[in-house]
Design a protein. Structure first.
Length: 125
């Protein structure tokens, strides 16, 4: 039962990250809503950087989904634990940029907490 819950949550996280990446490719200005104030979204060079980040997000989400399909629960648990570094880093970036604490904690840190919970469920399952 724990593995099933963890697998569903893992799939949702993977698809969510892919959605964020696709949205970033479609409209790089959307990244401004993720907590960094004063993001220069009108600068073409910065929009290109945001598209690179969008590609990274899509790749990260796909790796999670591939691992969900083909990995053992233990390996998937380790992958999710290691991948937790990404939303933690995002939360720290928002906080260090004097961004809204609600975004840092409510989006990025909450995502990290869910990923950590998924890891624990996979380890216990």
């Amino acid at each position: 039962m724990l593995i099933n819950i963890a697998n569903i949550l893992t799939g949702l996280i993977g698809m969510g990250i892919i959605f964020i990446g696709l949205n970033g490719l479609r409209a790089p200005r959307a990244a401004a809503g993720f907590g960094i104030p004063g993001t220069p979204t009108d600068d073409p060079a910065f929009r290109s950087w945001l598209r690179v980040k969008a590609g990274r997000d899509i790749g990260a989400g796909l790796m999670i989904l591939v691992a969900l399909v083909g990995a053992t629960p233990l390996l998937l648990g380790w992958l999710m634990l290691v991948a937790t570094v990404m939303p933690v880093a995002d939360a720290l970036i928002v906080l260090r940029s004097n961004g809204p604490k609600a975004i840092a904690y409510g989006v990025h840190a909450a995502t990290a907490a869910v990923m950590l919970l998924i890891s624990v469920l996979l380890f216990l399952g």
